[in-house]
Ligand binder design. Structure first.
Ligand SMILES: [Zn+2]
Length: 97
């Protein structure tokens, strides 16, 4: 897979101009430096057995996946206790502002 510049370095999230985008399809995920997970499709399921028999837990431990609305690529995953807020991951650009 190659990036928009043909470099072959497309990431999971790419910075283009002032916004971050899906590295596969280019779907706009909002301004750089802002929380981008709220612009994805989030799915939750109990962790119980999600990774096979060794990963047993109670129903309140969740696996959350964050999918690109444009192409369905999984952009991130996290574990959480049911009802906990999502982790506010941000793409830091090193730019001021
Ligand atoms: Zn995408």
């Amino acid at each position: 897979m190659s990036g928009p510049d043909g470099s072959g370095a497309a990431g999971v999230l790419d910075l283009r101009g002032a916004n971050q985008h899906c590295g596969r399809c280019g779907h706009d995920l909002g301004p750089a430096g802002a929380g981008w997970k709220k612009r994805t499709l989030m799915r939750e399921r109990p962790m119980d057995g999600a990774g096979g028999a060794p990963y047993r837990s109670r129903e309140h431990v969740l696996l959350r996946t964050f999918l690109c609305p444009g192409c369905g690529r999984q952009l991130a995953a996290e574990t959480a206790i049911k009802g906990a807020p999502i982790l506010d991951d941000r793409l830091h650009t090193g730019r001021a502002g």
